[in-house]
Design a binder for this molecule. Structure first.
Ligand code: 5AD
Ligand code: SF4
Length: 459
């Protein structure tokens, strides 16, 4: 049996895709890129914005036609949209299986059942905000620690989930309703998983959580925080770089985390810490529990403790009620924050969230678009200036492999392809070199820069 996997959304989803792929391979299925030769199509979906869901629906529309010609093709929808829409999604002509994020251990069985019986199957969580039942939590834990989470496309790297779910309830966000309550994984399970990955040649692990700095695991006498975990991961032999995403801007644990970053050369000096808005009024309406000046205070502290830190953020523009003045406050915050880069999104109302229930989506699309473009342009100037400071400097990168896009300055390559690598601070670096460097560290001298990418020569 052959399967195709199409994955949308964030790193959490990419990790689930890797875990399910590994479990299916273990169960005797073979991964293929080609829908024509596949018996099963899996789609891992995202619900964070309407646009993400529309892309999935249009993909399902396409599969519907393929299935009319090949009724035996099994289509399984997993991920956040599966949990959010449940049986409504199952009604779709193309869909055989709808499986939520907490039910992924059941996928191999569900697929085998669907191939044999041709019945539609729904596997999602009924009351998602109830505490996760022990049996389900154990099944997820076993599934997670047994599967291989290394990134097959990017050698040497792996993602490791340290917690599931989210309890922050930002008013715009669907995540707490589709990924359920926060649950931190036991540190010994995480460490033993990372030791296995290191034995297989993994050099960089990225610890994942929706608000990863909220990680907290209590055993008898000790409570483990993310700072403890980072220190433990740094001690795993073979692991050279540790990254972690994403952080919630809260006082809790942040100083300790920054201290470990300052003390351990393995913990990468990169902090992704979304602010969402620079207006206190909007932050309140979003239920973000800080003010703009408190947030900037956190960034100051981060730079005091880790002077070479690179900081990245997220913004939402066009939240209900965002006036010109509110947006201006966001622009001002962006200038003060001096992000290395940031992600900017237009507000998209999500059914069932507090913002959608209580606030009218009253910022016109063209205003959202203008604000998005303006903020991006401001950030580009800052990113460009920061990038330029790397000119003529040497950087260390973890090489990912051949660059997918040909870049302009491919002049001197002596037969070597263009590779891309990433620095500890998450800059993409393009240079010519032998493909066998993929998965290893290399030193590159920077000769040219653009806002988000550095170009250079292998040393
Ligand atoms: N609309 C627009 N952007 C959103 N995000 C989360 N929910 C929404 C929404 N409803 C953004 C936030 C978050 C990132 C992952 O997606 O900026 O940090
Ligand atoms: Fe959503 Fe807020 Fe949780 Fe992030 S912290 S996943 S934005 S609710």
């Amino acid at each position: 049996m052959k399967f195709v996997f199409k994955s949308f959304g964030c790193q959490m989803n990419k990790l689930d895709t890797a875990l399910v792929t590994s479990a299916l391979t273990e169960a005797g299925f073979d991964l293929t890129e080609n829908v024509k030769e596949a018996n099963v199509v899996l789609i891992n979906t995202c619900s964070v914005r309407r646009h993400a869901e529309q892309r999935v629906l249009s993909h399902l529309g396409h599969l519907k036609h393929i299935k009319r010609a090949r009724p035996d093709l099994v289509v399984a929808v997993i991920g956040c949209m599966a949990q959010r829409l449940g049986d409504k999604l199952l009604e779709h002509e193309a869909v055989n299986i709808v499986c939520g994020p907490a039910q992924i251990p059941q996928i191999p069985g569900l697929l085998t059942g669907a191939i044999e019986q041709k019945k539609k199957k729904l596997a999602i969580t009924g009351k998602i905000r109830r505490p996760t039942p022990n049996a389900q939590a154990d099944a997820l834990e076993r599934f997670e620690s047994a599967a291989d989470s290394s990134d097959k496309q990017i050698p040497g790297q792996a993602f490791v989930r340290v917690m599931r779910g989210c309890d922050k309830f930002c008013t715009y966000c669907i995540v707490p309703y589709v990924r359920g309550p926060e649950v931190s994984r036991p540190p010994e399970a995480i460490i033993s998983q990372i030791k296995n990955l290191a034995n297989e040649g993994i050099k960089q692990v990225t610890l994942l959580g929706q608000a990863v700095n909220s990680y907290e695991y209590k055993t008898g006498e000790k409570t483990y925080s993310l700072a403890d975990l980072l220190a433990m991961v740094s001690n795993v032999e073979g692991i050279e770089w540790v990254k972690f995403v994403t952080n919630y801007p809260a006082e809790k644990f942040l100083d300790d985390i920054l201290q470990v970053m300052a003390d351990s050369p393995k913990v990468c000096p990169y902090l992704h810490i979304p602010v969402q808005s620079g207006s206190d009024k909007i932050l309140r309406a979003m239920n973000r529990r800080y003010t703009a000046s408190e947030y900037l205070g956190l960034l100051d502290r981060a730079r005091d403790i880790v002077p070479d830190i690179a900081i990245a953020g997220d913004f939402i523009v066009g939240f209900p009620g965002e006036t010109k003045e509110d947006f201006q406050a966001t622009v001002e915050l962006l200038h003060k924050a001096k992000y290395r880069n940031c992600f900017i999104f237009k507000y998209s109302p999500r059914p069932g969230t507090t913002a959608d229930k209580r606030l009218e989506d009253n910022i016109p699309a063209d205003v959202k678009q203008r604000r998005n473009v303006e903020l991006l342009a401001e950030q580009e100037k800052i990113s460009d200036e920061l990038s330029r400071s790397f000119l003529d400097k040497e950087v260390t990168v973890l090489v990912e492999g051949p660059s997918k896009k040909p870049h302009l300055d491919s002049a001197d390559n002596a037969g070597n392809p263009q590779l891309i690598g990433r620095t500890a601070t998450d800059y993409i670096v393009v240079f010519n070199g032998p493909t066998l460097l993929a998965g290893d560290f290399a030193k590159v001298k920077i000769t040219k820069t653009s806002p988000l990418t550095l170009f250079g020569q292998l040393i």
